[in-house]
Design a protein around this ligand. Structure first.
Ligand code: GLU
Length: 284
């Protein structure tokens, strides 16, 4: 069993991260040969700061959650993401998208109502409808563009799929749940969905554990695994830690960051007591 904790170094870890780390850590520890890995998901451009790689590692060590080997940085993996994207491009499973955020919003307004995903509105398909000639002309003009998954074409190719979640059971993949997601951003040449799938395979992750807010993304990830011929991991989407108003803990809750709590005099065992994953862990 190999699990991983994969935070972005865009802020200090808070209690919600500790819960996520401990779910992955405990699952690996409860298994005789389990291995727990750390991955810095650091492709988020200007929001990434050097100090946060260090604070993540300091916090995990302080809490007694050591990982095996060196942490993987996604910024060291751009060649692998480019190869995966090229393979999808060769099969016309992605298309270039030239839209700006404003153009997408205008299109939603023109349609009267934006196509709705589980928690966000989905791309209206503008660049999917370009003729091959229009597409080539835009590419030739050097306009910046992202690459989007052609969810329809991908669906035709893979047929119906499922993934297995240790909490929710067998889940049929809904191919259009998130629409034509971005697999390569204009600025960084990759994006979360592509990078996470490529890296989970690269790190031989057998059990992907993460918050239930990412459940919808798994519908995309399962499809990408099949398209890229990558192994299928098991999933465990755990409940999120909420603040007193019922909102998910986020970077804005800096007062609940581990560093702030440590500075305020809390011990590691007090923090561990507040983030005990035992109620959430899947039964063996
Ligand atoms: N980097 C993501 C986050 O910090 C987690 C990605 C994942 O677990 O798949 O929310």
């Amino acid at each position: 069993m190999i699990t991983r904790f994969a935070p972005s170094p865009t802020g200090r870890l808070h209690l919600g991260h500790v819960l996520a780390a401990r779910v992955a850590f405990s699952l690996a520890r409860n298994s005789p040969d389990g291995i727990f890995l750390l991955r810095h998901e650091d492709i988020d451009g200007p929001r990434v700061r050097e100090e946060f790689y260090q604070s993540t590692e300091t916090d995990l060590n302080w809490l007694g959650l050591p990982w095996e080997g060196l942490a993987l940085r996604q910024t060291s993996r751009t060649a692998a993401y480019a190869a995966a994207l090229a393979s999808l491009r060769e099969r016309n499973l992605v298309y270039p998208c030239f839209c700006t955020r404003k153009e997408i919003q205008d299109e939603w307004a023109r349609m009267g109502a934006a196509p709705q995903g589980p928690d966000t509105q989905v791309y209206p398909g503008t660049c999917h409808n370009l003729t091959p000639h229009e597409q080539l002309a835009k590419l030739a003009s050097g306009l910046p563009h992202a690459w989007r998954l052609d969810a329809c074409a991908a669906d035709v190719l893979t047929g119906p799929l499922t993934f297995h979640d240790l909490r929710f059971g067998e889940i049929p993949v809904q191919p259009r749940l998130l629409g034509d997601v971005v697999l390569a951003r204009k600025d960084i040449g990759t994006a979360y969905h592509l990078a996470v799938v490529v890296d989970d395979a690269f790190q031989n992750i057998t059990h992907v554990t993460r918050g239930e807010d990412l459940l919808a993304s798994t519908h995309v990830h399962r499809r990408l695994q099949v398209l890229l011929e990558l192994p299928e991991p098991l999933y465990f989407h755990h409940p999120l830690m909420l603040d007193e108003t019922g909102k998910r803990l986020a970077k804005r809750h800096d007062s609940l960051s581990i560093a702030s709590l440590r500075e305020a005099g809390f011990s590691a065992s007090e923090i561990l007591a507040r983030t005990d994953p035992q109620f959430y862990l899947p039964t063996p």
